[in-house]
Design a protein around this ligand. Structure first.
Ligand SMILES: [Zn+2]
Length: 92
């Protein structure tokens, strides 16, 4: 018998114990908002948990993406505006 199961794309790593507790602190860890003890706890978990490492990686990528978006979107817009202003002041 062939059973067709449509699985989600994330089927590689099973969740480990303690992940939920760490997930709560992961964003705070990422923002350096945890105290030394909590930071050590998260680090220890990350060492043996690929799932949470991936989550952290995802956060990093997201932040990098936003930073790049901000750079690429805001900067050209400003230069376009400046270019337009220059054109306007010239023709006037
Ligand atoms: Zn974990």
């Amino acid at each position: 018998m062939v059973t067709v199961t449509s699985r989600s794309e994330e089927q590689d790593v099973p969740p480990c114990t303690g992940c939920e507790a760490i997930a709560m602190e992961l964003s705070a860890y990422f923002d350096n908002e945890l105290d030394a003890a909590e930071t050590a706890q998260v680090k220890q978990h990350l060492e043996h948990c690929a799932v949470c490492r991936k989550k952290l990686e995802g956060m990093q990528r997201l932040r990098d993406g936003f930073a790049q978006l901000a750079m690429h979107r805001v900067a050209p817009r400003r230069s376009i505006l400046q270019g337009l202003l220059r054109l306007l002041t010239r023709t006037n």
